[in-house]
Design a protein around this ligand. Sequence first.
Ligand code: KIV
Length: 292
Amino acid sequence: MTLHTPAQAPAKPEQPGLYGGKSSRRITVRDIAAAKRRGEKWPMLTAYDAMTASVFDDAGIPVMLVGDSAGNAHLGYDSTVPVTLDQMTMLAAAVVRGTRRALIVGDLPFGSYQEGPIQALRSATHLVKEAGVGAVKLEGGERSADQIRLLVESGIPVMAHVGLTPQSVHAYGGHPVQGRGEEAAQQLLRDAKAVQDAGAFAVVLELVTAELAAEVTRILHIPTVGIGSGAECDAQVLVWTDMAGMTDWPGGRTPRFVKQYGQLREALGDAARAFAEDVVGGAYPAEEHAFH
Ligand code: KIV
């Protein structure tokens, strides 16, 4: 028998990164916790259909959110408010089918958890069983802590969401930056701690000042996922249609926090126009596209 001295012992395989790791098994919430301990940053994108999700899975995006931003980005509503649990279930099931590696987080839409923990558990159970998501997300800090606690006790991982919570758009009357001023900052800190104490495995910080988001990220032991909240968050999320330059912003005004990594709207329009011109001009279908 060979005894390995520490110097001879075979090196432990390096912990794979969330992004760029080779493992083809699904990412789990344990992997997310390990990334926070390693101080590793990671990307998250929204997805609403199987084909787009499979592109992001192949690109190595480790976490995908089937967000209720589907209301604006996919279903043609002007907010997230009208989105239903049945719609979320259908979209989330497609994203799960289109992916092999990413952790899929399904959003609980407005009206599916605000009544209390039991309603939240019923809705989350539906998403987990019918769509196959690995975790759910819901909005609210202290006000949603009881819901988060029951879901986590029931075995459903929860991503929380504080700062600007778009399901409250009618109460805000817009999309104001959150955490400005001492009182607002203290409330945000209480919200972030409340969701961590309730058992959330990560928390989205939406439109929070960069300084406050950095402080929350330092204080919490669960990862923060920033959107419009500066560079210090552990992870960053964007709505995929914003990220890829697909969204048609009113008046062409892209929000300050969005960076476009492609011009998909223009590319798709060009493809559609080229097809139409070929059809009208008789160039498509050509002989090689025909059956005899
Ligand atoms: O619904 C969504 O896509 C979201 C992200 C913007 C965080 O909540």
